[in-house]
Every structure is written in structure tokens, then in C-alpha cells.
Design a protein around this ligand. Structure first.
Ligand code: ATP
Ligand code: MG
Length: 505
């Protein structure tokens, strides 16, 4: 085995009330893709932040290229050749792609010493072309989709010519072809002799792209080994200390009465002629590649965006919500995809986040919230989602990525909706909790709730849905009976350009 590029020994990081890392070890080698695996809250992102100088460790040592190092800040680590694509977006939305990519390492004209925007824009154009990305370097980052923003972050890492590239769940916002693009880039980084630390909850990705793995559980080092000499069951066992028998629970497929009827729904520039019905106790999967328009459709149903044509009927009555408040009042709940922007108030406690949609019910004489009621409510739903934190009083921003996602879910389950819309609910969630989320969706359906589930994961869509509506670039290309659908038939519809089949009743 080649020599180590980076070694972590006996590293501990303590936050108030939580030992995020407890005496962990990690060895990274050049030319190797190394998977860091563990449940939500295991300490993966914390280690990334220690390696990139964002956090100072409580104790332990880091050795980089044979020398002991201590990074005081992110620029220190960057100067040594360590760059990371963090789990949460770390770009400046109001700046352009070029400005973001060259942040912290601007190019200057060698003669005049002035910032050379022309050169930076040109280099950005070349880097984007190398990534085969169709993005204008002058676009403001806030105008890019989540997926494209991630790709820009990766482009930035490439521009820094690093020795170690760390990717903390880089694929959670990407689908299909974009993941393949990313893997192509990872392979080329590997060929150039760079070390890559890759964090993902998706086993197919780990087995496709990684050479070596290290597993953490509850902040502790559990073990390591060659990916080729291991298997999924063995790794899950190391992660959670037990095996998981069933990822997709069976639910009795009893369709109740029609709750929602959508006819030829349109939104200019986003989607066109979407038609489907939704029944009590039914799970309707919404599948498509990034940019297919799935999130836009559900945002329109929820009243955040306006439709430009077509009609909706809720329980037989015409429905045209003026805003989210009205849809919530009529029994619709939406768990959004982008938890950091739409789902959570990061600087607010878990308690306040979870009770936000039901504050009215918890209030006393319409004025003051009854603290006792609120506590019981929050604990009941928080515990159901197995949120790992130092307590319900801490701010949402101190939670690990997956645990933040669980808070978003907990926030909506108590609203007892008639229609529950989940936009990528298991994005960034570990295997064990994923199974819990699936069980929760089934329980809701069993109780008669109508569920719309958006997911980019084919097995999840196939395993959870009763019917699957497939979209391609704003068009509905198929509605399939999930019992008869296969990965091929769904994928075919997702990349098709013509309307293939319309079996909706
Ligand atoms: N700034 C912070 N303040 C307090 N606690 C924190 C902070 N950052 C992380 N933690 C805690 O440290 C633990 C490890 O979190 P970390 O983000 O490293 O988990 P993770 O393995 O990346 O999980 P995920 O898969 O959910 O992203 C969690 O319990 C988290 O709540
Ligand atoms: Mg994390």
C-alpha cells in the first residue's frame, strides 16, 4: 500500500453536551478513494471540519505528508492542499459563479497587480467545460438549482489543485447522469494521484467508486478495510451494530376515495399538462431526473407557486390555493427538499422548529404557548424520528445534516394532514433511519393519508409507491402501476422525449 498522505490519530472533538468524535483514527493515501461511513450524527462532517481547519480538535494529532500539522482556519488547510465540498452549501448566493470559484485565491494581472476578472472568467469557463457543465460563469449562484450549485462547488475544488479532495455527501442533490459525471471526475482525480475522502449514505456509490473504507459509530472508530473484500451487510453491521431486515415495508394497498384531482396543470417555463388523481391511503411516486419539474408541481399544489393553466380539485371542490397557509388549512403538508432554506430555521431550537406548524393548537387562549403541551408534543414526534442531539433546546444548526432532515420530518408528522407531500425525504439519511422513514410513510398511508413521494432513488420509488408518475423536462411521460413497473420502464419514461403512456384513471 502506498504511503499515507494524511493520518489522524486519537482525535477527539467535544461540543457542549456532545462528544462528536471520540479517539478516532483515519489514514488516507494518494490515489485512493476512501469512504467514511456512519449513521447520521456519527461524526463524519465534524471530522471533515477538523481536517479543513473549520474546527480545532479538543485533542489528538493530524499528520499531513509526514509532518504534524495544526490548521487554524480553512485557508490554512487550503494552502496545504486540502479542500472540501461541505455537506451544507458554503457558497455566496449573491456572487457569480466565477467570483465564488476564485474566492480566497483570486488571480491578479502580473503587471498591474489588479484583479484579473477576464482571466478568472475564462478559467472558470474552461473548468466548467472540463466538467461538461452548461453554466454561464457570470450567473449569480442564487439563480442555480441545488444540483448545479453542488457542481460549482466541485468545480471550485478542482480549481484549487488540491492533494486531498473531501466530498461530504456530494451526490445527495444529484441524479443519474450528474452522478456519473461526478464519478468520472473522481476517477480522473484518482488517476492524477490525489487522495479523495468520500462520504455517502448510498452503498451502491460506495461500492462503485471507493477503494477503502472506515466506519464510525457514535463518534467512535469501529473499523476499516478494503471495499472489494467487504459487503453491504457487513458494513451495515459495523455502522449500526445490527442488520436491517426490511428496507421497504409492505402496506395494504387499500385505495379510499379520491382526495385530489389534477387536470392539465401548467406553469409557464416549469411544467405542462400534468394530470393525475390521488386517493386516500395511496402513495403516488413522482419520479424524474433533476430539472424534470417535480418540485415545481408540488409547490404549485401547495400554493407556493401559481399555476398558469389547468385545474385542481380537492375532495371534489375546485381548489386554487392563494398560498401555503390556505393549503395547510385545507389539510395539505409539504416537507420540502431544501431543508436548509425552506424546511428549518437554523438559529431556532428544535422545540420551536417542530412546533411551528401547530403553534395555534398548542396555544392557550390564542396567546401564550403552553410550554408543557409543547414539550410533550415535540418529544413525542421528535422521538418518533429518533433525532440525535444534545436536547430539544439546542439550535437546529448544531445538528448533523441527517438529523436536521429528521427535524423537518418531525415538524410535519404532527399536523395530521389529509395529503402529505414529501420531496426527497430520505436525502442524506442513513440506512437505519431510512427504514424508519419508509415505515412512517406506510403508517400514514395505512391511516388513510394520501401521500405524494418525490424521490430520485429508483429503488425507493419502486419499493414505496402504488403508482408512479414519471416526468421529463416538465412533461408527464407516464403513469405506471408500481406492481408492474420495473427500473427499466421507469427510467425509460424519465429520459423519453415523447408522451409514452397515459394510464391514469
Ligand atoms: N457546531 C456544533 N455544535 C454542537 N454540536 C455539534 C456541532 N456540530 C456537530 N455537532 C454534533 O456532533 C455530532 C456529530 O455530527 P456530524 O455532523 O459530524 O455527524 P455526521 O456523521 O456528519 O452525520 P450526517 O450523516 O447526519 O451528516 C452530532 O450529534 C451533532 O449534533
Ligand atoms: Mg454530515
Amino acid at each position: 500500500m502506498p504511503n499515507a498522505l494524511l493520518e489522524v490519530h486519537n482525535l477527539t472533538k467535544i461540543f457542549p453536551g456532545i462528544r462528536a468524535l471520540d479517539d478516532v483514527h483515519l489514514t488516507l493515501r494518494s490515489g485512493e478513494v476512501h469512504a467514511l461511513i456512519g449513521e447520521n450524527g456519527a461524526g463524519k462532517s465534524t471530522l471533515v471540519k477538523v481536517l479543513t481547519g473549520v474546527y480545532i480538535p479538543t485533542s489528538g494529532t493530524l499528520t499531513f505528508e509526514g509532518k504534524e500539522v495544526a490548521f487554524r482556519n480553512a485557508l490554512d488547510a487550503q494552502a496545504s492542499g486540502i479542500v472540501a465540498i461541505h455537506q451544507e452549501a458554503s457558497m455566496f448566493p449573491e456572487l457569480t459563479v466565477t467570483e465564488n470559484i476564485f474566492m480566497g485565491h483570486h488571480l491578479r494581472n502580473p503587471r498591474t497587480k489588479k484583479l484579473d476578472w477576464k482571466a478568472m472568467t475564462e478559467q472558470t469557463r474552461q473548468l466548467l467545460a472540463r466538467m461538461q457543465l452548461d453554466i454561464d460563469p457570470d450567473t449569480l449562484v442564487k439563480n442555480l438549482s441545488v444540483a448545479k450549485r453542488h457542481m460549482v462547488e466541485i468545480t471550485k475544488a478542482l480549481s484549487l489543485d488540491a492533494k486531498l479532495v473531501i466530498m461530504d455527501e456530494p451526490t445527495s442533490a444529484l441524479t443519474g447522469r450528474e452522478v456519473e459525471d461526478l464519478f468520472r471526475i473522481v476517477r480522473s482525480l484518482k488517476e492524477q494521484g490525489k487522495a479523495i475522502l468520500f462520504i455517502s449514505h448510498k452503498f451502491d456509490e460506495i461500492f462503485t467508486i471507493c477503494d477503502y473504507y472506515t466506519v464510525f459509530r457514535d463518534g467512535q472508530y469501529i473499523g476499516e478495510g478494503k471495499v472489494a473484500e467487504s459487503n453491504e451487510d457487513a458494513i451495515i453491521n459495523m455502522m449500526i451494530g445490527r442488520s436491517i431486515d426490511q428496507l421497504y415495508p409492505e402496506h395494504q394497498k387499500q385505495k379510499g376515495k379520491e382526495v385530489l384531482r389534477i387536470e392539465k396543470l401548467c406553469q409557464l417555463g416549469a411544467f405542462k399538462d400534468i394530470s393525475f388523481t390521488l386517493h386516500e391511503g395511496e402513495v403516488l411516486g413522482l419520479f424524474g431526473l433533476v430539472g424534470a419539474g417535480r418540485s415545481e408541481v408540488v409547490r404549485t399544489i401547495f400554493g407556493i407557486d401559481k399555476s398558469s393553466g389547468g385545474s385542481m380539485h380537492l375532495l371534489g371542490e375546485p381548489f386554487k390555493p392563494k398560498g401555503a397557509k390556505e393549503s395547510m388549512r385545507r389539510g395539505i403538508a409539504l416537507v420540502p427538499e431544501d431543508r436548509q432554506k425552506q424546511g428549518l430555521v437554523l438559529k431556532m431550537s428544535l422545540t420551536n422548529n417542530i412546533s411551528l406548524p401547530v403553534l395555534k393548537q398548542l396555544s392557550f387562549k390564542g396567546m401564550v404557548t403552553s410550554a408543557g403541551k409543547e414539550r410533550t408534543y415535540v418529544q413525542c414526534h421528535g422521538n418518533q424520528m429518533e433525532i440525535k442531539s444534545a436536547g430539544y433546546h439546542v439550535d437546529a444548526e448544531t445538528l448533523s445534516g441527517g438529523n436536521q432532515q429528521k427535524v423537518v420530518l418531525a415538524k410535519w408528522i404532527g399536523t395530521s394532514p389529509k395529503i402529505l407531500i414529501l420531496d426527497e425525504p430520505t436525502k442524506g439519511i442513513d440506512v437505519a433511519t431510512k427504514a424508519a422513514v419508509h415505515q412512517f410513510v406506510c403508517d400514514m398511508a395505512q391511516k388513510g393519508v394520501a401521500v405524494i413521494l418525490i424521490s430520485s432513488e429508483l429503488p425507493e420509488i419502486l419499493g414505496m409507491s402504488d403508482r408512479i408518475l414519471v416526468m421529463h423536462e416538465g412533461y408527464q411521460t407516464a403513469i405506471l402501476d408500481a406492481r408492474k413497473a420495473t427500473a427499466e420502464s421507469v427510467m425509460k419514461a424519465a429520459i423519453a422525449t415523447t408522451v409514452m403512456e397515459d394510464t391514469h384513471a
